[in-house]
Design a protein around this ligand. Structure first.
Ligand code: IPE
Ligand code: IPE
Ligand code: MG
Length: 250
């Protein structure tokens, strides 16, 4: 990993500490293209992408942003070549095993969201361990969306709520936004204020469909393996210039 200029180790002075997003979500896209540009196999891009995510997590901590969510694997990504899917599953497992001690020491609270049952058992084991071991940590909330799909999340919430109604625990008239949110994977995590997508694609790709209703969206042409603190700095400058109206007039 490249060493960042010393100035970026702390919150840059042109950013206002009081108006930082309290939760940043990232669609980490462009690993494959980054590798291809270098004449390397796609998996090399995924490998480099892990280092970039690790530094972004540390950067959020250094700059005082309390929550980060990263899109690591979508419900649609199973449609990729078998070898790539297999590599990603093994990579996630390896990284978790390697990084858990450090995340514990740095007070990171890690949570995985998505349809976790369908992940390989050995990966699920590492996921469970990481969530259990960091559940009482009070530092940055780090959420990893793995086998995550926004549509799937909404459907499973509807099913769970319908079951409650069938069993007589809930009346249909009692279902409101607050109740609905309790059945989402992200229950208890505040909605993202800023959604960053790398690689220039202007789409959501089934990420946090409910939660990003009022997120500010920032798309950078940088490919994920090239995303760094300076890129993040630019995203935050743009964010702080936005006028968040939430449908109101001033
Ligand atoms: C994002 O990079 C990583 C995952 C979806 C796991 P891609 O693998 O989508 O890279 P591109 O978009 O093909 O360049
Ligand atoms: C979104 O990237 C999913 C993740 C970053 C995990 P994709 O590369 O899968 O999205 P599309 O196919 O470009 O929409
Ligand atoms: Mg992609």
């Amino acid at each position: 990993m490249s060493v960042e200029p010393i100035i970026l180790q702390q919150l840059p002075t042109d950013l206002s500490k009081d108006r930082l997003p309290q939760h940043v979500a990232v669609i980490m896209d462009g690993n494959g293209r980054w590798a291809k540009n270098q004449g390397k196999p796609r998996i090399i891009g995924h490998q480099k992408g892990v280092d970039v995510l690790k530094d972004l997590l540390r950067c959020c901590k250094d700059w005082g942003i309390p929550a980060l969510t990263a899109y690591a694997f979508s419900t649609e990504n199973w449609g990729r070549p078998h070898g790539e899917v297999q590599f990603l599953m093994t990579l996630f497992e390896r990284v978790l095993r390697r990084e858990l001690q450090e995340m514990k020491a740095e007070n990171v609270k890690i949570r995985f969201v998505g349809n976790l049952q369908d992940l390989p058992a050995s990966l699920r084991q590492e996921i469970d361990r990481s969530m259990e071991d960091t559940k009482n940590n009070q530092g940055i909330q780090f959420t990893v969306a793995t086998n995550y799909g926004g549509r799937h999340e909404i459907i499973q919430a509807c099913q769970a709520i319908a079951t409650k109604v069938e069993q007589g625990y809930l009346k249909s008239s009692e279902i409101n936004e607050g109740v609905f949110e309790q059945y989402l994977y992200t229950q208890g995590i505040p909605h993202p204020d800023l959604l960053i997508r790398t690689s220039g694609e202007m789409r959501i790709s089934n990420f946090l469909l409910w939660q990003i209703a009022y997120a500010e969206i920032y798309v950078t042409p940088a490919l994920w393996p090239d995303f760094n603190r300076e890129e993040f700095h630019q995203a935050l400058i743009t964010y702080q210039k936005r006028d968040r109206r939430f449908g109101k007039v001033k």
